[in-house]
Design a protein around this ligand. Structure first.
Ligand code: NI
Length: 211
């Protein structure tokens, strides 16, 4: 085992003792460093405990995705889960459907077609802020699940946004790198704009273009 793998195992062993891990905030280098592929650095029990911790942390936040760098680990693993929106309009406009709990190991995505959709999104590591990001409406997701089974599927709508956002984290990319900067909002404005199903009114009021 390399030194890095043993350091990683020590960090995981410390973290999994916690009920919920502290979420690293933007400005911490671990969010920018990128990750190493998961290739068995942890044994099955350690991996299961790490995934449980990430899932507990995501649900407690609450959020719809969490990537390992967000709890300080430079490892290419993310968890996602979306119970779905509270209102039908958001479900329809954002194509936001319930997305069951998934573990993404070494994920990568490629856009399918050239259709882009722009909506407000946020990040647990950019607390209190929201901004509009144009993303591919549909992506081809590849990688592995937590049992080592291949992921090879098309994902569309809001789940595609979640997959892109979390996979980006594993590459050291934050939504801030892709955001329409004039859309950025915090405090009550973030709540206001993020709660509207479509960013059309925000685009007019704040002066930015939608795709
Ligand atoms: Ni995020």
């Amino acid at each position: 085992m390399s030194v890095d793998a043993s350091r990683l195992r020590d960090a995981v062993a410390r973290l999994v003792e916690l009920d919920v891990a502290p979420i690293v905030q933007a400005g911490d280098p671990v969010l920018r460093a990128g990750t190493v592929c998961y290739d068995g650095q942890l044994d099955d029990a350690e991996l299961a405990r790490l995934i449980d911790l990430m899932t507990r942390t995501m649900r407690a936040a609450p959020g719809v995705g969490l990537a390992a760098p967000q709890i300080g680990l430079p490892l290419a693993i993310a968890v996602v889960e979306d119970p779905g929106p509270e209102d039908d309009e958001t479900a329809q406009v954002r194509e936001r459907i319930a997305y069951p709990h998934r573990v993404l190991v070494n994920p990568r995505y490629t856009p399918v077609g050239d259709e882009k959709v722009a909506f407000y999104e946020g990040c647990l590591s950019v607390q209190g802020w929201a901004g509009v990001v144009a993303r591919a409406r549909t992506v081809h997701l590849e990688g592995l699940d937590e049992r080592g089974n291949a992921l090879d599927e098309e994902v569309t709508g809001w789940p595609a946004r979640i997959v892109q956002h979390e996979t980006d984290h594993l590459l050291g990319v934050l939504y801030l790198d892709k955001v329409e900067t004039r859309s950025l909002a915090t405090g009550t404005a973030a709540h206001r704009w993020a709660s509207e199903s479509h960013p059309l009114a925000a685009a007019r009021a704040l002066g930015f273009e939608l795709p």
